[in-house]
Ligand binder design. Structure first.
Ligand SMILES: Nc1ncnc2c1ncn2[C@@H]1O[C@H](COP(=O)(O)OP(=O)(O)OP(=O)(O)O)[C@@H](O)[C@H]1O
Ligand SMILES: [Mg+2]
Length: 209
């Protein structure tokens, strides 16, 4: 039976940050490999399914998470019901995720889901992508895989507008401080509602197809 309220112990193997999964995988490297393969398949499928009728709404965002990972995780596509933080950043309180998510996607819809960006200058597109990505980083609505599904979501909007998937490889490469620049930018998003550093990363990674 599937349930809709999970606590820490439902999600993770005792004393680890490895989530319980349908394949019974207990080693982080193997799990990362399987997650990577599923994400790769999802990219192919969702890119193929893009059409003029695509709506980059909340339902679509949740479906990305669900369809990509439901073969692995029971909580795929479900918003978390516990508060979560990382490295001193408290993400949106669980109790407010629903209303915050509704607000963010309502605003995105008011901008036609950025579906008219093909003819914009790319720095204008990067500014709007960073704005919404910053909001979703602070929301952090899922138990796990928020980073990858959030980047997938904006990659699909970029591709819709005639761009390549956004290249985050430099930003995701580990820096000497141990924190990569994507995490540094995320900290500004969550703690200061400042998306300027993320905007630089996106601007740098945007390339027309
Ligand atoms: N210290 C932090 N402060 C603010 N945000 C953070 C911090 N550390 C990580 N994040 C955000 O959380 C995301 C990671 O969330 P999660 O672990 O759920 O997803 P993931 O797919 O495993 O992420 P990733 O592949 O980006 O590491 C990062 O991409 C970043 O945006
Ligand atoms: Mg993670």
């Amino acid at each position: 039976m599937s349930k809709y309220q999970f606590t820490e112990s439902d999600i993770y193997l005792p004393g680890t940050d490895i989530p319980h999964n349908h394949l019974g995988i207990e080693t982080p490297d193997l799990l990362r490999e399987v997650e990577g393969a599923l994400l790769q398949q999802a990219y192919t499928r969702f890119i193929t399914e893009l059409s003029p009728a695509s709506r980059f709404d909340e339902e679509y965002f949740k479906a990305l998470h669900r369809d990509t990972y439901e073969s692995l995780y029971e909580w795929a596509g479900l918003y978390r019901s516990m508060d979560m933080s990382k490295g001193g950043s408290l993400f949106c309180r669980a109790a407010y995720i629903e209303q915050e998510s509704n607000r963010i996607f309502r605003e995105l819809e008011q901008e036609q889901f950025l579906k008219q960006a093909e003819n914009w200058p790319s720095d204008q597109f990067a500014e709007r992508l960073a704005h919404y990505q910053s909001e979703l980083i602070a929301l952090h609505p899922f138990y796990e895989l928020n980073g990858r599904i959030t980047r997938l979501f904006f990659d699909l909007i970029a591709i819709y507008n005639g761009y390549e998937p956004i290249d985050y490889s430099q930003a995701l490469a580990e820096g000497s401080s141990g924190l990569n620049t994507y995490i540094e930018a995320s900290i500004l998003c969550v703690q200061k509602a400042d998306s300027s550093k993320l905007q630089q990363i996106i601007q740098q990674g945007l390339q027309r197809a």
